[in-house]
Design a protein. Sequence first.
Length: 123
Amino acid sequence: MWQSSKRMESTTVAPSSTNTPGEKTGYAIGMLQASTAAGTVLGPLIGGVLADLIGYREIFFVTAALCGIGGIVVTVGVREEVHPGTEGAGHGVFDNYRLMVTDRRLRLVGIGLVVGGILLAPE
């Protein structure tokens, strides 16, 4: 559960910090941190109460519905602002893969991550 919230947190910080005006960036990231902490604390409590009330199987349906609604809200409601003069300033996915293959140190890190993932995978 904790790992899932940390992955979600890392995917929300970048768009929040780039699309928030400079003077409000700290507030936006603070709200993200507070909501992550609140979810970590309140999630198991609310989930446990709901599991007792309606059962575990129904909790999966509720979670699937909430994830679907969240996906629709993000797809429809979130728009990334493009600032003038920044088009093409970033690197594409294939540029990152090319760097991973050509740089010896990154190649070793990548191999280590794959081997570590295989060795530490649950049986």
